[in-house]
Design a protein around this ligand. Sequence first.
Ligand code: GLU
Length: 498
Amino acid sequence: MTDRNASSAVPNGQREGGPRFRFAPSPTGFFHVGGARTALMNWALARRLGGTFVLRIEDTDEARNKPEWTQGIIDALAWIGIAADDEHFEGPHFQSAHAEAHVAAAHRLYEQGDAYYCDLSGQDVQDRAAELGITGYDGYSRDRGLGPAPGRVLRFRVPEGTTVVDDLVRGAVSFENSTIEDFVLLRGNGAPVFLLANVVDDIEMAITHVVRAEEHLPNTPKQQMLWRALGHEPPAWAHVPVLVNEQRKKLSKRRDKVALEQYRDEGYLAEAMVNYLMTLGWTPPGAEEAGSEIAGWPEIEAAFALEDVNLSPAFFDVKKLTAFNKQYIKNMPPDEFVAAASVELPADWDRARFAEIAPHIQERLETLKDVPATVDFLFWPAGADAEPVDYDEASWDKATKPEWSGAFLADVIGAYEALGEHPWDAATLKATMEDLMGRYEIKLGKAQALPRVAVTGRAVGPPLFESFEVLGRDETLRRLHVAADRLGSSAQPTGAGG
Ligand code: GLU
C-alpha cells in the first residue's frame, strides 16, 4: 500500500501518519444497520492501526437530505461506541462544503483531455442507443471538440484496457474498460455527480482505505480511473457483502426493520448490537472452539481483518440478535443491570423493590423494554382498597380448569397463613407448596399455575416464590384470597393446610 499522507493534505491539527479510513453516509433516512456494520469495521481498523476514522456526511443530494438525519447519524454512531471525541475520530466533514473542489476537479479533467462535453440529452442517448442496437452511451461526442455550455454534460473519457480493482475482501476484480461507458462527471446544470464528489473528497481527505458495502463495487473501476486521472494512486478498496433478510433479499427499508435507532429504542444493548453486527460475515477469534460468538469490542478490535470477511451475503437475523441481547443482559454485573433496567421503569415504582426481584429476572429478558411488563405486578396498588387484579382471562381460565384448582388454592392459602411468624422467604414458600402437592398428585408447574395468575395476573412471569417474597406476606395473601373469592364458594379447602 502506498502511503500518501506525507504528500497529501492532512487537515490542519489532525493526526499525521497512520492509515485514514472513512465512513461516508448520506443523510437520507434512519441509520441503516448495514451502515452501522460498515462504520464499525472502519472504526476497528482505524483504531487498531493507529489511524483515523473520518466521518463525511455526503449531503449533496438536496432533494433527499435532511439536517436532522445528520444528527441522527452522529447519535447512532455514538451509541455504538464511535465517539466524536475519540482521538481516532475526525469530522464530521460535509460534502456540500466542497462543491467548488468537485467542479474544479472536473474542469481539470476537461483541460487534461480526460473529459469532454456532450450535448446529447438523456433521451438523445437512449434514442441513439436504440438506433445502434447498443446499451448506454457510445462516445458520440468524444472527438467533437465541444466546449462547455448550459445543458452540456461533462463525460469522462474512459481509456482502453482493463481496470483491476484490488479488493482486500475479494482479491483482484477485473473490469474490461470496453464495458464501461464514458460516464457523466458534471450534469447539464453543472452539478457534479456522486461518483466524482466521492473521489475528490477521498483524495482531499487523504483517505488510504475505502471500506464500504458491496453495492458500490460497480462504481469502483470508474472511481479508480478518476483517482489516477487526478494524479493519485487509488486507495486500498474493500467491499463487504450486503446484509440480507430471511428470504435472502437485500435488507430494505420498506420490508425489513433496518433502523439502528429502532433497535436502540426497543431496548437492545449497544454492546450486543455491535457484537452481533461484527459477526455478520466475520467470526471473532476462538468462537468456533468456544461455541459462542460473544466477543467484547476490545477483542473484536484486536482481531478484525478484512481478509477474513466472508464473501457471501450475510443474513441479518433478528432472532439471533435477540439471543445476543439476552446473553448480554444476563452477563451484566447485577448493579449495572439494575441501573440500566431502572431507566425503563415508571418514575413511581419503588427502585428498592425492583432491585430485590432484579436478580431473578435478569437471565430471562430478551430486551430491557421487557422489564416493566415482567415485574409490573409488584407495583400494583396494594391493600384492601386496591383495584382488583387485572387477570389475563385466558390464563385465568386455563389455571382454574382442573377441578382440584380451587381446593388447592385454598390449601395454599391455609398453609401460608399457618406460617405465622415464620420468615416469608422463597425457600419456605416453595417447600410449603411442595408439601401440599403430593396429595393432589401434581407437579410444581401445575401447582404454581393458579397461585401465579392470582398474584401476577398472568401465566408467565418471574420465579413465583421469589415474587411472593418480594411482594410480601400481606399483599400476596390478599391477592390469593381475592382469587379464591372470585373462584367462588364451590372451592372448599381440604383442611390440609398448616
Ligand atoms: N454516500 C454513499 C452511501 O451512503 C457512500 C459511498 C461510499 O462509501 O463510498 O452509500
